[in-house]
Write a protein that binds this ligand. Structure first.
Ligand SMILES: NC(=O)c1ccc[n+]([C@@H]2O[C@H](COP(=O)([O-])OP(=O)(O)OC[C@H]3O[C@@H](n4cnc5c(N)ncnc54)[C@H](OP(=O)(O)O)[C@@H]3O)[C@@H](O)[C@H]2O)c1
Length: 236
């Protein structure tokens, strides 16, 4: 099996769908993760119409059964995973700042990505060049929110703290996997015109996907353990 297999979470719309499209156009088989099967099927059908090998996968990253099923299916069908893009994310800070909002933010943005990756690590290790891309944000960069008025005033504790946790875990995982070919990096896509980014955002979706695609297709001598935007490292 020489085909590369990529799983993208939250791939039914926005940046995730575009990452799936761009990886698919490079010839990868893309597994289109979405919270519900109809959403995954609809997105996969769109990509198939563009001659991309796309297959739907019901995958709510907060659902342990979905995660177990995904790992089982990838193992049986492909025996390996070359690319995992932990793209699924939510922004709930407009709902208030209580502990419930904090927990729900972490459940998707951090624990979801963590649990899925943990369940798929043996399959990523079975790839000759596994790549893990954690879709983070500049708002998860502690140095940036302290040193930049615009980002600091965004005041989004649930989102920023959950993305900062993702960043710290990315660094830890890169150390843990340091003696393997796997590269693990965090990604800031930019401020992108999606349902989350809003219509006032400055980047189109195709451009917003480019950093994750770059990190998903890094060569063997590429970086690991960094936070990137447009091929440039950002401060943690
Ligand atoms: N847009 C920006 O400016 C921007 C900037 C920095 C970082 N990001 C990050 O980029 C990623 C994609 O964001 P986007 O702008 O494309 O947002 P979006 O259009 O709102 O898409 C978010 C995606 O994540 C999915 N999702 C949410 N919770 C999930 C869960 N529990 N399990 C599986 N999927 C789930 C959504 O599914 P549903 O359709 O079912 O809701 C949707 O497919 C996020 O991690 C976000 O934090 C975005």
């Amino acid at each position: 099996m020489n085909d590369k297999i990529a799983l993208i979470t939250g791939a039914n719309k926005g940046i995730g769908l575009e990452i799936a499209r761009q990886l698919g156009k490079q010839g990868m088989i893309v597994l289109v993760g979405a919270r519900s099967l109809p959403k995954a099927e609809e997105a996969a059908a769109k990509l198939q119409a563009e001659r991309i090998q796309a297959y739907p996968m019901e995958l709510d990253v907060t659902n342990r059964q979905h995660i177990a099923y995904a790992a089982d299916r990838i193992e049986k069908e492909y025996g390996k995973l070359d690319v995992l893009v932990n793209n699924a994310g939510i922004y709930l800070d407009h709902e208030g700042t209580d502990v419930d909002m904090m927990r729900r933010s972490f459940d998707t943005n951090f624990f979801g990505a963590y649990a899925l990756t943990d369940s798929l690590l043996h399959l990523l290790k079975a790839s000759p060049e596994g790549r893990i891309v954690n879709q983070s944000s500049i708002l998860g960069s502690v140095g940036t929110i302290l040193g930049n008025d615009m980002y600091g005033k965004a005041s989004a504790p649930g989102y920023t703290a959950s993305k900062a946790a993702m960043n710290a875990w990315t660094a830890q995982l890169s150390i843990q996997l340091g003696d393997t070919p796997i590269k693990v990096n965090a990604c800031h896509p930019g401020w992108v015109k999606t349902d989350m980014g809003g219509s006032g955002a400055v980047m189109e979706i195709h451009e917003g996907a480019e950093t994750a695609v770059y990190l998903a297709t890094l060569p063997g001598d590429g970086p690991t353990g960094g936070l990137f935007h447009k091929q440039e490292p950002l401060p943690w």
